[in-house]
Write a protein that binds this ligand. Structure first.
Ligand code: NAP
Length: 311
């Protein structure tokens, strides 16, 4: 990788980062995209995207991402597999530390997204990859002909559950309340599916069986009655939302209590020249199209910033 001073470095290669790359590349800024921990972001592990404008029949998430990536590359965007360990936003040019190499840049676009949230139980953590997963698209196939559990009450949980009906004999959605955040259309689809059942007001206290290195069941807990019971299942898929990937910012930018970057006028952080877009700064909409929109804004503001600085 060329480590000479950059105009724009984009952190993250999801919908926001890649859209920023398209705009920055077309502005001839030769952006460098650091692909991050999860190249392609959340769209790369989803299935059919039905609500991105322009695709009458929908488009597969990974295909959409690959297309935007190629589109930006056509105009000169460069990609590097790596992620920022720490950054110095005090000095100018800014310094991004990737562990093995440091990059200097005049502007930074943070599009580092958000990652799947876990329950945090030791037994859950021990069984990740052995029946515990946050990606139905990636791991559903392994549970063909089995009974599967999905945790959560939002659109992610409904989407995972519906997808898993392709493989499972039964999918149980376990939600800690009896009110759902999921959109009506997704909830109705799940409710009407003959393979899907619901357990509400219920949480998971433990995942069995750590010793056997496979999921055999869950210890469940009804929050209203206090009843605890063992529930057999072959897999537990988490669909309980996401955490913003901004810990590495280390207090240099403003965040809310949950760690989402705070921005003004959509994409401005408190450091001039550092912009943020997509799910790392958006806890409200979190859609591919809103991420793309803010990626566009961040790139246009980076371009304007460089222009005003006389670059
Ligand atoms: P979300 O809407 O925030 O829902 C998270 C769910 O997980 C909530 O039901 C929450 O319960 C539950 N939860 C959170 N922490 C938990 C914990 N520690 N233990 C048990 N349950 C927990 O997140 P999301 O479903 O990932 O959706 C995020 C955004 O993406 C939304 O805007 C959604 O519409 C969008 N999305 C859209 C689609 C689609 O249209 N195809 C698909 C996926 C996502 P509480 O309700 O009790 O807080």
């Amino acid at each position: 990788m060329d480590t000479s001073l950059r105009n724009v470095v984009i952190l993250g290669s999801g919908c926001a980062g890649l859209t920023a790359a398209v705009y920055a590349a077309r502005a001839n800024l030769k952006p460098l995209v650091l692909e991050g921990h999860e190249p392609g972001g959340q769209l790369s592990i989803t299935t059919l995207v039905e609500n991105f404008p322009g695709f009458v029949e929908g488009i597969q998430g990974p295909e959409l991402i690959e297309n935007i990536k190629k589109q930006a590359a056509r105009f000169g965007a460069e990609y590097h597999m790596g992620h920022v360990v720490s950054a110095d936003f005090v000095k100018r040019p800014f310094v991004l530390d990737l562990g093995s190499v440091q990059i200097q840049t005049r502007t930074v676009i943070i599009a580092s997204g958000a990652s799947a949230r876990w329950l945090g139980l030791p037994s859950e953590q021990a069984l990740i990859g052995h029946g515990v997963s946050s990606c139905a698209t990636c791991d559903g196939f392994f549970f063909n002909g089995k009974e599967i559990t999905v945790i959560g009450g939002g659109d992610s949980a409904m989407e995972e559950a519906l997808f898993l009906t392709r493989f499972a004999t039964k999918v149980t959605i376990i939600h800690r309340r009896d009110v759902f955040r999921a959109s009506k259309i997704m909830l109705d689809r799940a409710r009407q599916h003959p393979k899907i059942e619901f357990l509400t007001d219920t949480t998971v206290d433990e995942v069995y069986d750590v010793n056997a290195k496979e999921v055999t069941g869950l210890k469940l807990h009804n929050l209203k009655t206090g009843k605890q019971w063992d529930f057999p299942t072959s897999a537990m898929f988490l669909g309980i939302g996401h955490e913003p990937n901004a810990k590495w910012v280390n207090g240099q930018l403003d965040t809310d209590a949950d760690g989402y970057l705070l921005t003004k006028n959509n994409v401005f952080t408190r450091v001039p020249g550092v912009f943020a877009c997509g799910d790392v700064q958006d806890r409200r909409y979190r859609q591919a199209i809103s991420a793309a929109g803010s990626g566009c804004m961040a790139a246009m503001e980076a371009e304007k910033f460089l222009e005003e600085e006389g670059r």
